[in-house]
Design a protein around this ligand. Structure first.
Ligand SMILES: [Zn+2]
Length: 346
């Protein structure tokens, strides 16, 4: 607590008084955000300790660093000075919702998550860096979802999808820069932002799709196993662990999932057609905008009254037929774009 009569304040008049500015309107006030930053830090530590077990390091220093980034070392987090500013007081170019969410909701949590993902568990090689960054980022999104609901999570993922599909000067999407396991080799003069966007944003999507495939309980059990039993982890080892948590279904060994999303590139544009007849929902899925070899299981939601089921069904360049027994007529059948990195086409 500062003393009631602060001699420091008397010797150094405030810049706002000298310049005749209104601090509320014109100048950011980082001190006003300290309580919130501290609260977020405590929430993050509680959440991650509960989900992934206690961090081996019992002290954590958070300190500002000029610039737009953060870094999470063992016991020390550098946090962008912009994270110390209330979102409404960020410089005007950074007042978009996605920038505000990044600086005020995700950056601190992401860096703290590196106490687990990156410091406790390290990547086996640069091919596996994506896994660590994506797990840290997804941990931040899990906490965002817990605080603000699934819509907040989906909005961030929607932004990531837009970035991944943005075209570079060569007319190709950023996502097509290369498979995520290429690591920093994704950055090139042809796709200067390829490494960042694919590693962080596609990686986060991969973890999200995996969560939706496994279900929350199994997904969190998988993360707990990784954080408690593995000091270093490769992408293959991660797949081997993940498949042990996958439900019985086609591609339950997640080979197709990893081959296409992790070791390959492509964001399909998927079209669904269906008809309900004779207690059966029949239809087909067809994909565009990806190689013929690309194949993915995509989520189709079937609602009947208040009941909703999600089926993971395969796509292909030629229509892939499906048939689901369904006693009563569905009220809605749709591709669940919030759960899969795809575009739904009519
Ligand atoms: Zn990171």
């Amino acid at each position: 607590m500062p003393p009631p009569d602060d001699p420091f304040a008397r010797r150094h008049p405030k810049a706002t008084d000298v310049l005749g500015l209104s601090p509320a309107r014109d100048l950011p006030d980082p001190a006003a955000r300290m309580d919130e930053l501290t609260r977020n830090l405590l929430d993050t530590l509680d959440f991650m300790t509960e989900e992934f077990g206690p961090s081996p390091i019992r002290n954590l220093a958070i300190t500002p660093i000029p610039g737009g980034f953060g870094q999470g070392f063992p016991g020390l987090v550098y946090l962008s000075t912009l994270a110390y500013v209330n979102p409404g007081q960020l410089p005007p170019p950074l007042r978009e919702r996605s920038e505000q969410t990044f600086y005020s909701e995700l950056l601190e949590t992401h860096e703290v998550a590196h106490q687990w993902w990156g410091n406790l568990v390290v990547p086996a090689s640069y091919h596996d860096d994506w896994l660590i960054e994506s797990l840290a980022n997804y941990s931040a999104l899990l906490l965002l979802e817990r605080k603000k609901g699934v819509k907040a999570l989906d909005a961030v993922l929607d932004d990531y999808r837009t970035h991944l599909l943005a075209k570079t000067d060569t007319g190709r999407t950023l996502e097509s820069a290369g498979p995520i396991v290429w690591g920093y080799r994704l950055e090139s003069s042809l796709a200067p932002d390829g490494w960042r966007t694919v590693t962080y944003e596609k990686g986060t999507w991969i973890i999200h799709m995996l969560r939706r495939r496994l279900g929350d309980e199994k997904f969190l059990a998988l993360l707990r196993e990784v954080s408690s039993h593995h000091h270093s982890i490769s992408t293959d080892e991660f797949r081997d662990l993940a498949r042990q948590y996958a439900p019985k279904s086609p591609d339950s060994d997640l080979k197709i999932f990893f081959d296409n999303w992790v070791y390959g590139t492509g964001v399909p544009s998927v079209k669904l057609s269906y008809v309900w007849r004779g207690a059966k929902l029949s239809g087909a899925l067809v994909q565009r905008d990806v190689d013929d070899a690309f194949t993915a299981y995509v989520p189709v939601e079937v609602q009947t009254g208040s009941k909703s089921d999600v089926y993971w069904l395969p796509t292909g360049s030629d229509p892939v037929a499906f048939s689901i027994p369904l006693k009563s007529a569905p009220t809605k059948v749709s591709l669940l774009a919030a759960n899969c990195l795809m575009i739904t086409s009519k």
